[in-house]
Design a protein around this ligand. Structure first.
Ligand SMILES: *Cc1c(COP(=O)(O)O)cnc(C)c1O
Length: 398
């Protein structure tokens, strides 16, 4: 809502978005409660960050026990959680080295820095990164350049350079963007912010082959798709290829700010002092990350994510049939429902206002709803959410 509709609520925050006039005070699993006591079934989950739902005991305990022991000795010293989380991530993935940070954009900047450093040392100063139209890599100035969001090249001009754009599923457009200065190709396996656009496995394999042939780094931005969201620990496992670098954020912290950049040993080429950050690798967040990763990346947990993903997919397909929607798509528990009209915002509003309990949804496009529930959502809560969605669609379309 606009500031003048809720003047008493907010006169002090810098205006960055229009928030509904509600203050959330409590969260428990898939449920949120506002300060009037209203309950909401939440399929946004802090933008796909609460892998285990709101305020899970596992995160609260990891925070409390680490907070009582050691908050932050500083990034230039080792701590046990930093070492343990890095080791665990390398055990689970095809990567050998880990840099811990606090946000997805920061991890992605680290990936571009590492690629450029490698280009300086091994590839005659190559530094350009090829990204994709409609891609999203974060909101720092450089990551806005890397992202392919329309208008972002002008919003804060002048923008950092060194990023070229290609089109998904058009390998010729990637070849055309190649120059002797190219060092890497960076991609999301599922373009989440652009509307849950799935990338074909064939295209990913073509990209992998092209990167290998030209000695380019393939950087996987798994900020949204990693840590179980797509039904496997990492989405790249479902494409039969290995990236050279990978970034993780969102779900890895289970709700706290934590991100990671992973690379193969061959690209372990920062010199001491090249990269860092005051909060990078702090034990408080690393301890939470370790607890979350150990829980989410268990085989039985991931099997449940795949089952819930199928349940959500079937439910959305049925809704699409009953309401004349073009269809649904997604991978695991990152899914979207296409609407036949630009009513997504109206559906989000109607869903959140349902009585007695609301449903929280996200509309990344005017005709698209995105679903990113807790990875451990129960089958019953998911069925309830699908029922509430039907009610909201009835309200909007009569
Ligand atoms: C959310 C997101 C980012 C940015 O992460 P922040 O933590 O907001 O900086 C980058 N890449 C992808 C694919 C994302 O979904």
């Amino acid at each position: 809502m606009t500031d003048d509709r809720s003047p008493a609520l907010d006169r002090h925050l810098l205006t960055i978005t229009q928030r509904p006039p509600r203050v959330f005070v409590h969260g428990d699993g898939s449920w949120l409660v506002d300060d009037s006591g209203r309950r909401y079934l939440d399929l946004v989950q802090g933008w796909a960050v609460n892998s285990l739902g709101h305020s899970p005991a596992l995160v609260a305990e990891a925070l409390a026990s680490q907070a009582g022991r050691l908050l932050n000795p500083g990034p230039a010293y080792y701590s046990r959680p930093m070492l343990d989380l890095a080791r665990r991530l390398t055990e689970l993935s095809c990567f050998d080295r880990v840099f811990l940070a606090s946000s997805g954009a920061e991890a992605n900047e680290g990936a571009v820095k590492l690629a450029r450093r490698w280009g300086q040392k091994m590839k005659g100063g190559a530094h350009e990164v090829i990204n994709f139209h409609d891609g999203f890599h974060g909101r720092t100035l450089a990551m806005m350049s890397a992202s392919g969001k329309p208008g972002w090249d002008r919003l804060y001009a002048p923008m950092p350079t060194g990023f070229a754009k290609a089109r998904l599923h058009d390998i010729e457009s990637v070849r055309r963007a190649l120059t002797p200065a190219t060092v890497a190709v960076m991609l999301e396996f599922v373009q989440g912010e652009a509307g849950v656009n799935l990338v074909d496995a064939g295209f990913v394999r073509e990209l992998r082959a092209l990167c290998t042939a030209h000695d380019l780094l393939l950087i996987a931005d798994e900020v949204q798709t990693g840590i179980g969201r797509c039904g496997t620990a990492f989405a790249y496992e479902q494409y039969g290829i290995e990236p050279d670098l990978m970034t993780l954020a969102k779900g890895i912290g289970g709700g706290v700010p934590l991100s990671a950049l992973l690379c193969k040993e061959r690209f372990n080429c920062f010199e001491p002092g090249d990269q860092g950050g005051t909060f990078c690798g702090n034990p408080l967040m690393a301890a939470v990350g370790l607890a979350v990763v150990n829980e989410v990346c268990r085989a039985d947990f991931l099997a449940d994510v795949r089952q819930r993903g199928e349940q959500l997919s079937r439910g959305l397909q049925a809704i699409a049939r009953d309401f004349g929607c073009p269809g649904e798509r997604g991978l695991g528990l990152l899914r979207a429902l296409q609407l036949p009209s630009d009513d997504a915002a109206a559906v989000v509003e109607a869903a959140s206002s349902l009585a007695p309990a609301g449903l929280l949804l996200n509309a990344p496009r005017p005709n698209l709803l995105r679903f990113m529930p807790a990875l451990n959502i129960s089958a019953a809560d998911l069925d309830d959410a699908l029922g509430l969605l039907r009610q909201a669609l009835h309200e909007v379309w009569g």
